[in-house]
Design a protein. Structure first.
Length: 328
């Protein structure tokens, strides 16, 4: 039986990856922080490994005896926009896992990045793996650090010969979101907390499809290649309407033009500076919402057999799960 070290095992995607790996007969060493919420791993037959990604010696010990590594661990906070913890975890943590994988001579390393490290586009001409990074305009440590981590991974491929396949999910929707990550947008629509509709949009995908393609990357895909894992491009108006229809609530109706969104973001920044208390938004988040983060996942569909489950079904499953677990 082959063993996979999975970092970020208790996260939204990590819980699905654990289940997909076990379903296929892999043994899973689940790397999680000692103080982390591990409800997503309850009742799973896993080798739980406690540690911090920045602890080089601990990471090296965790990799020992494993055949593969899936590095899905990351700090994903975007509020506040600047965070030393996000930068250190995503850059130093990735460097530590790469070094351990090289020393451990693992068979294949799958790096889970984000589609945001590539240039985005319109619905007619969506972004792809060949377009350069455009996220520096936002001043978000999450995006910038994931881009820097991606560069570290490519350096390990090119200079050290590490056998890496890189997968880059878009916006994931689905069940098992115990820590309320990307599904928070659905809950906000359900509760009527979305005051207006930004002009931008993004690409959505069922989290289980991301897990399937990521595990496929252990044996499929080309070394050194990046694959965007996405599905449907939706404007915020389209996405909110679909969410509202699934949950049988009224969708937001008021459009928010870019100058208004930007002003709200700046006011939120000032509030944070004056009080030290985070607002619901910041100027980086509103800047992202003003843009259309549309992507093409054809390369991953072809090379990694990325499923394309309807996004509506992902929303239905997420809402059912939230209702069953009393998050509503």
């Amino acid at each position: 039986m082959k063993t996979v070290l999975l970092t970020g095992a208790n996260g939204f995607l990590g819980g699905h990856l654990c289940r997909e790996l076990l379903r296929r007969g892999y043994a899973v060493r689940a790397f999680v922080r000692p103080d982390s919420d591990r409800r997503a791993l309850d009742d799973l037959s896993l080798d739980i490994w406690l540690g911090d990604l920045r602890d080089v010696d601990n990471v090296r010990a965790a990799v020992y005896g494993c055949d593969y590594v899936i590095h899905a661990g990351a700090a994903t906070q975007v509020n506040p926009a600047r965070s030393k913890d996000v930068v250190d975890t995503n850059i130093e943590g990735t460097a530590a896992v790469l070094a351990a994988a090289l020393e451990g001579k693992i068979e294949r390393f799958v790096f889970v990045g984000t589609a945001n490290v590539f240039g985005f586009g319109s619905k007619e001409k969506p972004g792809n793996e060949g377009l350069p990074y455009m996220g520096e305009r936002y001043g978000l440590d999450y995006m910038d650090s994931k881009r820097a981590a991606t560069e570290l991974v490519m350096q390990a491929v090119q200079e050290d010969g590490l056998p890496v396949v890189l997968v880059h999910p878009t916006f994931m929707i689905g069940p098992l979101d115990y820590k309320i990550s990307s599904n928070a947008l659905m809950l906000a629509v359900y509760r009527g907390d979305v005051a207006g509709i930004p002009v931008g949009g993004k690409n959505y995908i069922h989290v289980a499809d991301v897990a399937t393609a990521t595990v496929n990357a252990l044996t499929e895909g080309e070394i050194g290649e990046s694959y965007i894992l996405g599905n449907q491009n939706l404007s915020y108006r389209e996405a909110f309407s679909l969410m509202a229809d699934v949950m049988q609530v009224q969708p937001p109706a008021l459009p928010v033009l870019p100058p208004i969104a930007s002003a709200i973001g700046r006011l939120s920044d000032w509030k944070y500076k004056l009080t030290g208390k985070l607002a619901q938004l910041n100027s980086a988040m509103t800047a992202v919402a003003n843009d259309s983060h549309y992507f093409n996942a054809a390369k991953a569909v072809k090379d990694l057999h990325l499923p394309q489950t309807p996004v509506r079904l992902a929303m239905e499953e997420a809402f059912t799960w939230f209702r069953q677990h009393k998050y509503l």
